[in-house]
Design a protein around this ligand. Structure first.
Ligand code: PBG
Length: 321
């Protein structure tokens, strides 16, 4: 009789047959930046995740680097007074985001910084594109994204991460970056980004929720899988270095689909709502949060994501240290 349980009979054998293991090398830690000095402001819906002022952010990055985390995805919390219809603050060289990137890069040149290319944190409408008569304009938005990505590259971004789901953005950004001498700056495209309820805590953190309507005319319908292949083919042919699926846990099939069909590394974003659910249940004593964290990250890797953006990155690194 074939008895699969023989391969599970001891810890030693289980570790021999273990197929996938997450390491700190796989993880990217998303960090929120806000104005101020000496501030660490906890996000209410994300226990132990903070918005950092530039000075405390540098301290946090130093701690994370000592734990072995080498890559960070940065997101700015912009004051309402600086937001406008065209997200002009996004390419203000003296603005919070670009200044902070410059200072991180001068202190920690070896850190890999992934910047966010999208209008929503800077948009008075809370949308990822220019809004006109209730519609999100595509090609006009690309011009803003181009200026933003270029400014980020100039500030020292290693990888730019277009997270807006406008059509043609990867090719547009690649052309702008190449034309301006930034052919070494990589593009991690949010390829299959779904119109998801799991982004709620992130929008709280950045105060970036749409003022009207929703994001369904640009982000994907959670019901669709084949459409992710169209997005992936476009991003790949336009020159993306990484293809990302977002969220992660409810979309493991999409991660696997892209992994099976494309040779570039697949990334997955274990988003704010996925983090919040584990934390909330663990706080109530309903699940073991640490085990749920490791199981979630392992599932994402098993599905085919080599790179995992996760708010658990630091906690995982502490666990493994
Ligand atoms: C927007 C953006 C979002 C996230 C990253 N970039 C939210 C949205 O589309 O509204 C979500 C990340 C998370 O929930 O952790 N450009």
């Amino acid at each position: 009789m074939r008895r699969p349980r023989r391969n599970r009979k001891s810890e030693a054998i289980r570790s021999l047959v273990q197929e996938h293991e997450v390491t700190v090398n796989d993880l990217v830690f998303p960090l929120f930046i806000m104005e101020g000095k000496n501030v660490r402001s906890e996000v209410a819906s994300m226990p132990r995740i903070y918005r950092f002022s530039p000075d405390t952010l540098l301290q946090e990055i130093e701690i994370c680097m000592k734990l072995g985390i080498k890559a960070f995805a940065l997101f700015p919390n912009i004051a309402d007074s600086k937001k406008d219809k065209f997200a002009t603050e996004s390419y203000n060289e003296k603005g919070l985001y670009l200044e902070t990137i410059r200072s991180i890069k001068s202190k920690f040149p070896e850190a890999c910084l992934i910047t966010d290319v999208a209008m929503d944190p800077y948009s008075s409408e809370g949308h990822d594109g220019i809004v006109q008569d209730g519609k999100i304009l595509n090609d006009e938005t690309l011009e803003v994204l181009g200026k933003m990505a270029l400014a980020q590259a100039e500030a020292g971004a290693d990888i730019v991460g277009p997270s807006d789901m406008m059509d043609g953005r990867v090719g547009y950004l690649r052309d702008v970056l190449d034309a301006e001498g930034f052919s070494e700056v990589s593009i991690m495209s949010y390829t299959a980004k779904y119109a998801s309820a799991f982004y709620g805590p992130f929008r709280d953190a950045l105060n970036s929720a749409p003022k009207s309507g929703d994001k369904k005319t640009y982000q994907m319908d959670p019901a669709n899988q084949a459409e992710a292949l169209i997005e992936a083919e476009l991003d790949f042919s336009e020159g993306a270095d990484f293809l990302m699926v977002k969220p992660a846990l409810a979309y493991l099939d999409v991660i696997k689909l892209l992994y099976d069909n494309f040779e570039v590394p697949i990334a997955a974003y274990n988003v704010s709502g996925e983090y919040a659910m584990v934390k909330a249940a663990a706080e109530k004593g309903w699940i073991d949060g640490e085990k749920a964290m490791v199981e979630s990250l392992t599932s994402i890797k098993r599905a085919g994501a080599k790179i995992i953006l996760s708010y658990f990155a630091k906690e995982f690194a502490i666990l493994k240290s």
